[in-house]
Every structure is written in structure tokens, then in C-alpha cells.
Ligand binder design. Sequence first.
Ligand code: ADP
Ligand code: MG
Length: 371
Amino acid sequence: MPNFDAGLRPRSIGRTFIIAAFAMMLGYYLSSAGRGWFSGGPVVRDFETMNTYGRITLPEGSGVGIDPELAVAEAEAAVARVNTLMSPFGEASDVKRLNDSPAGVWVSVDPLTWRVVMESLRWHRLSGGAFDPTIGPVKRLFTFDGRETEAWPSDEALADARSRVGADKLRFEREGMRLSWAVDGMRLDLGAIAKGFAADLAMESLIRNGARHALVDIGGELRAIGGKPGDAGEPWRAGIRHPRDDDVIERFEMVDGAVATSGDYERFFLHNGVRYEHIIDPRTGMPLTEGPASVTVIHPSSCLASDALATTLCVLGERDGEAFIREQSLGLFSSGVRVIMLLAEEDGVRRVEMVVNAEGGVEVSSSMTDG
Ligand code: ADP
Ligand code: MG
């Protein structure tokens, strides 16, 4: 099966997750047992995708009347399609075909891949280059397996890889949705944005099938609509994992929205006591060593935006990240966005929250956590 990171064990729980959805689902299940197939009862589907887990939840009363099982299967197929097209592996992958192509050769891609590539180039420009979907050549010099390692690439290998990074060297032609490289040996890597897109696509599919209450979770990138069904109008409850142990560090609620978290504690390696994470700083051409321990982005509607922004803010860090949010607060984030940055410091975890309010103002607060 194609994976986003070959050889790594899929995660079983994300850095952000829905609290107690299962218990709630079980409650629904018990109350609807015996009412038959067409009761529109709850459906929870778990699967593996994009080197992580996926979970799609349609509660009882989701609005999908006739066949929730089929609606969920269609949503899962949408995620599988994103994986097939955008994984770095597999013969049916647009990304692999492009990465196997020498400079100057045009590769036509699927409209879905085109959309994600255009979004990733947009984020590249908006972020002043902090987000770069072409960091692949540098990333592949390292193994982010969570272990201590002595291995280190040579200066020549690093310099060579860096010369093959840069989204400005990805050519594109709207006509025919074609992509090509300006330089040999470049590699497209949609790992920072594809999971969020897959969550959005799965949710679009559920909505087309009538869903008004639903949850999609792709490895901790969450997309939710409608809160929990029922008169109470209760929100979904989600949690953020502590970046240095398995506890929940913070809980929050969400009726409609999207959440993504990027962090330094799942895919990294240690070298001479320094933690190198799988996000590459395009400005230094090195894996990040001093980024936030985690960045969670809560967006009102787009998981793709949450995913791209979480990665971007890991690269930019606290100060430049705040400047970026302020710069974009009346444009990109005018519909509101909330960022929770956790910074691992000597005396504990410091929490920085940035909220774009309804007037486009940005409220920032910082405090030490108990964790
Ligand atoms: P996760 O995949 O753990 O949810 P992210 O969304 O932050 O985390 O994506 C990290 C992945 O994105 C990396 O493994 C790599 O494939 C890719 N990547 C690394 N650095 C960058 C960058 N500066 N811009 C865009 N993508 C990146
Ligand atoms: Mg991301």
C-alpha cells in the first residue's frame, strides 16, 4: 500500500483527537440497536491511510437518511484517492511520476493533485517561502525514526540537495494541468497539506450525501460539522496531546471547524543530543531544531488551511509566526483562526495563543502550562 513515509509505523492516535466520540457513538448504537439497517444509525469506520489512521464518524441523526454505510464508504474512497494520487510511492501516483521525471518533461496530473499543488504554491508565496512543497531532496537525506543516530549526510550531499529545492523551480501550465521541473532531481512532497485536503474532501463527500453532523479524522487532522446531533446543539469535544508525554494538555470544543497539529515529537531523530524534526526550514535547508514543540490550528472551515498553516508556523516560530498572522488577519484569516503554540522551554511548556477575532484584530496571550 502506498504510504507517505515508507517504513514508519502508522500512528494510532493523533496529536489532536476527538474525546469520547466512541463512548457517545456506543450510546447511540445501544439506543438504536434493533431498529434495523435504515434507521440511519451510527457508523464509525476505521482504516489506514497516508501512513497513519483514518476515522470517519456519522452519528445517528447525521442527516444521511438512506444508507450511511455507503456514504462513509464513499468518503473513505475519497481519502484513498488522495493517497493514491499524492503519495510519493505507487505507480498511480502523480507525485511519483513527476518526481521520476527529468527537468523539462511535462507531467499531466489529476484535477485533485492540481488543486493541492496550486494551494501549496499559494502557501509558499504567502508564507514568504517558509512553506515549500519541494523540500523532498533534503528530507530524504535523513531518517526520522525517533532514534538517536550518528549518521550525518556529507556537506556535498547537503549542498546538492539544497540546490534541488525551491517551489519557484516547479513550472506549471493550467492548460492540461501540467507540471515540470526546471532542475533535475527535484521532488514534490505534499506531506504537509495532503492529509488536511483529504479530510476536507471526505467531508465534502459526506455533505453531498446529506450529512449535517459528521467527523473526519485523518491522523489527527480533524474536520467536523454540525456538532453532535440532537436538540441540545452540543459541540464536538477535542483534545491536544501534551508534546512530551501522552496526556491531554488541553481540551476545546467545536461545532463546525477544522483542526491540524504539527509538532516535533512524532517524526524526528536525535543527533548529538539535538532533536531534528521532519519539517525542513527552507531558509536554512536543514530539519528544524528549535521550532515550537507543537502548533495546533483551528480554522472555521478548511482542514487544508489548518494543515498548511500548522506546518508554516512551525517553520516561522513564535515571533515571525505572530507577524504572519497579523499580516494575514484581514485577508487569509479574515474568517477567523485560532492558533495554540506549545513551546518546550527549560522550566516547562509555554503556551502561546493567537486568535484572529471578528474585527480582524489579533489577540495574543502567553503563559506557562502546568504540564
Ligand atoms: P504531519 O505530517 O506529521 O501531520 P506536517 O503537516 O507538519 O506534519 O507535515 C510535515 C511533512 O511536510 C514533512 O514530513 C514533509 O513531508 C513535508 N515538509 C517538511 N518541511 C516542509 C516545509 N517547510 N513546507 C512544506 N512541507 C514540508
Ligand atoms: Mg501540515
